[in-house]
Each structure stands twice: as structure tokens, then as C-alpha cells.
Design a protein around this ligand. Structure first.
Ligand code: SF4
Length: 322
């Protein structure tokens, strides 16, 4: 397995005060005519208007804690310092976190308070700061990183998103985010529109992945097994959508890099509307072992080897994993 020399310093420590300030100013101004994600709602969130993410310019945090359920290279021994933002810029009908993602459960938090959460997680020994569903509050988070940096933060920043980003906004994060971790959900715009209410998802996510990879490259892992920077892609295999998974994997291998680290996830369960509304009947079941096998065989066929795989689906089935 090829692994580049690890970066030892988070990106943002090399960013000047002036560059941070310019990024913060630009991003905060966007709340007034919001184009922070691919929906491009152009609502004035500073005046209380809400776009698809259903939140004004007040960020809320639903919870933060050392997370031991993330990939090995993020959780390490002490956990990934996860900060869950309330609401989401996607509207997946199968969302397993719909209480926080769709129904705005959380406490309002200023950039200063988010910075203090990050520092608290660092003091607890976490290996990174992992912003979950960050996109719709990127102004708060960039400012929080700046405040935390000034107070001594030294951990890599993880951007744990649904992939419905805008390359123009991602450019504003260059030099701030160390690890991009998009959950690439769909390679089929019709399915994305139906199940995630995200028009043109596949066009958007391909351009976003190119921009993420341009900035941070393939995932780098140090000699203690921890990720220090780069791109880590997640894909949740969906029932009756094996071809969808294959197109995602083919794109990663053929148009980004065969060194892309991919977590091919098998834990799909029909939550939220997917288990109650007949129109979503084809995703109202877990995936089968055969579906999962077909996807990971395909990943190998296209040259992807740096894979996180679901061990519970692979027991005694002769596969090895990253
Ligand atoms: S962040 Fe929210 S308001 Fe802004 S473009 Fe995206 S969905 Fe619309």
C-alpha cells in the first residue's frame, strides 16, 4: 500500500492571519445571499430566511464527543473529536440522524464556543477535529478554527460532509481543512433527486471531489496509523443500487486516483421516510451479502485497494481489508 510522507502540521497553521480574515469575511457575507452549498438558495439567512437546510445564520451543535465509531485512521486510541452540527444541507429520506439532520435539535453555538469545544476535545486526547454536516455553517467553522488556532489547536481538521458542496466554496477552505471526508451517496442524478432531494448531485459531487483531491491529495497515514491529511471517501451501499456504487468507485479509480481510500459501508437500514412511505419501497430493506460482495469485487477490479470494508459482512468470506 503506497502512503505518502505524512504531513506533521495541520494545514491551517501555515495560513496567515490576513488570509484567515479574508476567508472569514467572504464566507460570512454569503449568509446574506446564501450559496454555501450546491442548492444555491440565495436566501438572506441574516434576516431569518431559510433555504433547503432550514436554518438561518445561527449555528447549533447537537453534540460533541470523542467518537470511536469512525474509521481506524480517525478514531485511533482516543477517538475522533467529533462536533455534530444540527441540520443538514441534504434531505435524505433514509437519514439515520434525522432528529439532528432534519429537525434542528441542538444548542446555538458561536464560533468562540465551537472553538472551545475543539480545544476541549484536543485536551481529551482526540486525534482530529471532525466537523459533521459542516457545509451550511462553514462561516462559523472557519472562524472557530481561527480562534482555536490562536489558542493552540494542533489537530487536523476533518470536513465530514454529504458531498453536496460547491467547488467555489471548497476553494475558500483550502489551507484550512486537512482531511476531506465526503459521503458520496449517488452517481445517478435521478436517484439523488428522489432519495436525497439533491438535484444534479452527481455532476456536483464529481467536481467537488476533484477540488478536494486537488487541495489535499490522497490520504496520508502516519506510522502510528493516524490520518494526517488527504481525501477519505465514504460510500454507503444502497439496496437495489449496486450499479450506483460501481459508478462511484469507477470514477474514484479512473478520474481521481487508485490510491483513494474508500470506506465501503454496508450498514444501511431504512430509517425515517424510507421505512414508512411506499414510494421508497425499493430502499426499504438492508443490503444483502451478495450486493456487498459484488461492490467490493468491483472495487478491486477497478484497482482500488485502500479500502475500509464492513467486517461483519465479510466474516469467513475470504476477503482482507485495509
Ligand atoms: S447552505 Fe442552506 S440556504 Fe445555503 S445554499 Fe445550502 S441549503 Fe441553501
Amino acid at each position: 500500500m503506497s502512503v505518502d510522507a505524512p504531513a506533521t502540521t495541520p494545514n491551517y497553521q501555515a495560513l496567515s492571519d490576513e488570509a484567515f480574515e479574508e476567508r472569514c469575511t467572504d464566507l460570512w457575507e454569503r449568509y446574506a445571499d446564501c450559496d454555501l452549498c450546491a442548492y444555491e438558495c440565495h436566501v438572506d439567512r441574516t434576516a431569518g430566511q431559510e433555504g433547503t437546510c432550514q436554518v438561518d445564520d445561527t449555528a447549533s451543535v447537537s453534540t460533541y464527543f470523542p467518537h470511536f465509531g469512525e474509521e481506524d485512521c480517525l478514531k485511533g486510541h482516543n477517538g475522533s473529536g467529533t462536533i455534530f452540527l444540527a441540520n443538514c444541507n441534504m434531505k435524505c429520506v433514509f437519514c439515520q440522524n434525522f432528529e439532528t439532520g432534519h429537525e434542528a435539535e441542538g444548542e446555538p453555538a458561536t464560533p468562540e464556543e465551537i472553538a472551545e469545544m475543539a480545544l476541549e476535545l484536543e485536551a481529551q486526547g482526540c486525534h482530529n477535529i471532525n466537523f459533521v454536516s459542516p457545509t451550511h455553517h462553514s462561516p462559523h467553522l472557519v472562524e472557530a478554527v481561527k480562534i482555536a488556532t490562536d489558542r493552540g489547536l494542533e489537530l487536523p481538521i476533518v470536513w465530514n460532509c454529504g458531498g453536496y458542496e460547491r467547488p467555489a466554496i471548497l476553494e475558500r477552505l483550502e489551507g484550512i481543512v486537512d482531511i476531506y471526508m465526503p459521503d458520496v451517496k449517488w452517481s445517478d442524478d435521478a436517484a439523488a433527486a428522489m432519495y436525497s432531494k439533491a438535484p444534479n448531485y452527481w455532476s456536483n459531487v464529481r467536481e467537488s471531489l476533484r477540488e478536494m483531491h486537488r487541495q489535499v491529495g490522497d490520504l496520508r497515514i502516519d506510522d502510528t496509523g493516524l490520518a494526517t491529511g488527504g481525501l477519505l471517501v465514504r460510500h454507503l451501499v444502497m439496496p437495489n443500487h449496486v450499479e450506483n456504487a460501481k459508478r462511484v468507485l469507477a470514477f474514484l479509480a479512473e478520474e481521481l486516483s487508485e490510491e483513494t481510500v474508500v470506506d465501503i459501508m454496508a450498514q444501511y437500514q431504512p430509517h425515517y421516510k424510507a421505512k414508512t412511505e411506499d414510494v421508497y419501497a425499493d430502499i426499504n430493506r438492508p443490503i444483502t451479502e451478495d450486493e456487498y460482495d459484488e461492490v467490493i469485487e468491483y472495487a478491486r477490479d477497478v484497482g482500488l485497494e485502500r479500502l475500509y470494508l464492513d467486517r461483519s459482512m465479510l466474516q469467513n468470506r475470504g476477503f482482507s481489508w485495509f
